[in-house]
Design a protein around this ligand. Structure first.
Ligand code: ATP
Ligand code: MG
Length: 332
């Protein structure tokens, strides 16, 4: 079975609906036909200034949500990035074949560093995509299920794999992004042209998977729409309504034309009320499963240790090969 790699950052106390629909749902579905490695990418989240205790807790919370969403540790290796040294090791090697200008073109860096101001951004935020390339190439992943925001980073990963292969000989599989268009960009409910994001400045437009169902319902009901009345899917003219329909369709398994027909002549309030029920119906049991897993941290840690063992075996073989290729003298 072809290898799959993906990960999420432990940058908040909960995954949000965009992470769930854009990534986690895909991860679960792909367990059947692939050999997946699902990582909590804690090293990536050091680019954010987080309290150490909070980061540790969020790392477990993120892993628990993978499992709550349906990741089966018997099929998928679930582990914490920093537990396998190869990620940082390969990132360094790859950074030495990445052009400065090439890295500077990454739009996520531009967006995120703009929020910090010119000097506030750290170098880790700049080299982030190289660490991400290392995560993927370390395991010869053939496919990488991600949201639309990661497309450019995947392109860089492919370029680095090809460059390394042509310079040093065939070493890495060149991965393909796996992006499901319908759910690749869930937008912020208060700012429906921007992606829903863990590190968004205001959390009012974010639906957290571990939130109190009452808060979830309220955020759906207060979603920004437009001054028309008609419920139809029009990304350009009606991004708020389009987002609500997209979420509804994905969670309820009904097509958008079906929904447009059902809500013909009805008001935005009706749509929001029904959608709030649909979302709560998913979030509530998800939250209960995650909290139950967090109640037994020893079991969770055992799953993470087992996943790290499996990943480490692959990573060590790959790193030895990479070091050999570039001319690192093996320790005797
Ligand atoms: P941050 O703002 O801290 O970068 P994030 O919300 O982007 O957080 P990540 O951990 O960086 O979350 O991303 C995890 C996965 O979720 C990635 O595959 C990413 O593409 C996907 N993803 C993130 N936001 C969305 C979204 N709004 N819609 C669909 N997929 C998303
Ligand atoms: Mg992100």
């Amino acid at each position: 079975r072809p290898r799959l790699f993906s990960g999420m950052q432990p940058t908040s106390d909960s995954l949000h609906l965009g992470n769930y629909l854009g990534a986690l749902v895909q991860w679960v579905a792909m367990q059947e036909q692939f050999d997946p490695i699902y990582c909590v990418v804690d090293l990536h989240s050091l680019t954010l200034d987080t309290d150490p205790k909070v980061l540790r807790q969020r790392t477990r919370v993120t892993a628990a949500q993978y499992l709550a969403g349906g990741i089966d540790p018997a099929r998928s290796a679930v582990f914490v990035q920093s537990h396998v040294a190869g990620h940082s090791q390969l990132a360094w090697v790859l950074s030495c074949i990445t052009g400065f200008g090439e890295a500077a073109r990454m739009t996520q860096f531009k967006d995120k560093s703009a929020r910090h101001g010119q000097d506030g951004a750290n170098v880790g935020l700049f080299t982030y995509p190289i660490l991400m390339a290392a995560d993927i190439l370390l395991y010869d992943a053939a496919k990488v299920p991600v949201g639309e925001d990661q497309r450019q980073h995947l392109e860089l990963t492919r370029n680095l794999a090809q460059r390394f292969n042509s310079r040093f000989g065939q070493t890495f599989v060149v991965p393909e992004p796996y992006i499901v268009k319908a759910t690749a960009k869930i937008t912020d409910l208060q700012e429906p042209t921007a992606k829903m994001s863990k590190s968004a400045e205001s959390q009012n437009g974010v639906i957290d998977m571990l939130a109190d169902p009452k808060v979830v319902a309220k955020r759906i009901r207060s979603a920004v729409t437009d001054t028309e009345r008609e419920i139809r899917f029009d990304e350009e003219a009606k991004p708020g309504i389009a987002n609500l329909l997209r979420i509804y369709s994905a969670l309820a398994g009904e097509s958008i034309p079906e929904l447009e027909e059902r809500y013909a002549g009805k008001g935005y309030g009706d749509l929001k009320k029904d959608l709030a029920e649909v979302v709560v119906g998913v979030v509530e049991p998800f939250r209960a499963r995650a909290l139950a897993l967090l109640d037994d941290p020893a079991e969770l840690d055992r799953i993470l240790a087992d996943g790290a063992d499996r990943a480490r075996q692959l990573a060590e073989v790959k790193m030895a090969r990479v070091y050999d290729r570039v001319g690192i003298l093996a320790p005797q």
